[in-house]
Design a protein around this ligand. Structure first.
Ligand code: FAD
Length: 229
């Protein structure tokens, strides 16, 4: 993966890997430091890494670190920022004029969900409601601009903007905390709009740390038990 490649998510969103340090080897190295050894053979290294994951020896995974550039709607960022074991720097609505970029869902979901399996609102109603939402976004943005033009500070003018507005942030997180994020946000109970970001991030994680992602899927996501072969 080219670290600067932008992956589009939702209507205006993106995920971009800005920087990465570590990898599967770094996990093995960290685990073996107590014996004064680094990496050995591929087969033994992979087995050790799988053992660590299966038995929740998670600190060696902290030595690999991902730095992402994320652009997502504010309501997604609010869920995202609950993941405290990470570093965040977000664009400032006090110093920057916000762009007219709002998330409009393709299909509105019905509130009548069973086991988080939502159905879609009937097509005609969906179109009418989306039209109203678009107008609401436009009106909000026009009011925002009017307030700015009247000399109101950005930090006050922005409070008329809806949660669907896009924000941007840098997100630096180690592989252990990243797996916690992925296990919670790729899961079916997580809201669709954050799940699509988690899926993209998991693809990047898999590319950078293929053994770790394989072990994560096996032991954490699918709950398999460690067996000595
Ligand atoms: C489907 C879903 C629904 C949710 N609904 C709600 C909701 O309705 N309301 C709501 O408020 N939140 C909700 N959350 C957020 C959730 O409670 C967590 O805040 C969020 O998922 C971050 O998880 P985390 O604390 O494991 O991550 P991080 O903050 O990144 O923490 C990683 C790990 O570090 C440890 N840790 C971090 N801080 C502490 C601490 N202070 N004390 C002890 N251990 C710590 C824990 O082991 C934790 O798992 C929801 C999350 C999901 C996935």
């Amino acid at each position: 993966m080219n670290p600067t490649e932008e992956i589009k998510v939702l209507d205006y969103g993106l995920v971009r890997l800005v920087d990465f340090m570590g990898g599967d080897d770094a996990v093995v190295q960290a685990a073996r430091v107590s014996f004064g050894k680094g990496v050995t053979s591929d087969e033994r290294d992979k087995k050790l890494l799988f053992f660590l994951m299966a038995n929740r020896h998670e600190s060696p995974f902290e030595h690999s670190v991902f730095k992402f550039h994320i652009k997502c709607p504010i309501f997604v960022a609010r869920q995202w920022f609950r993941h405290r074991i990470a570093s965040y720097n977000e664009i400032s609505g006090r110093y920057t004029e916000m762009k007219e970029e709002f998330h409009l869902p393709e299909a509105l979901r019905s509130q009548k969900a069973r086991n988080y399996k939502f159905s879609e609102i009937e097509a005609d109603l969906n179109d009418r409601l989306k039209e109203k939402m678009s107008r609401h976004y436009e009106n909000s943005y026009n009011l925002y601009h009017e307030l700015l033009e009247q000399g109101v500070a950005k930090e006050h003018a922005r409070i008329v903007l809806p949660l669907s507005l896009y924000t941007q942030f840098y997100w630096t997180i180690n592989a252990r905390a990243l797996m916690n994020f992925l296990s919670l946000r790729m899961e079916e109970h997580a809201q669709y709009e954050i799940r699509v970001y988690a899926d993209v991030i998991n693809d990047i994680f898999k590319e950078k740390m293929p053994w770790t992602e394989e072990a994560f899927m096996k032991f954490v996501v699918h709950g398999e038990k460690w067996t000595e072969e």
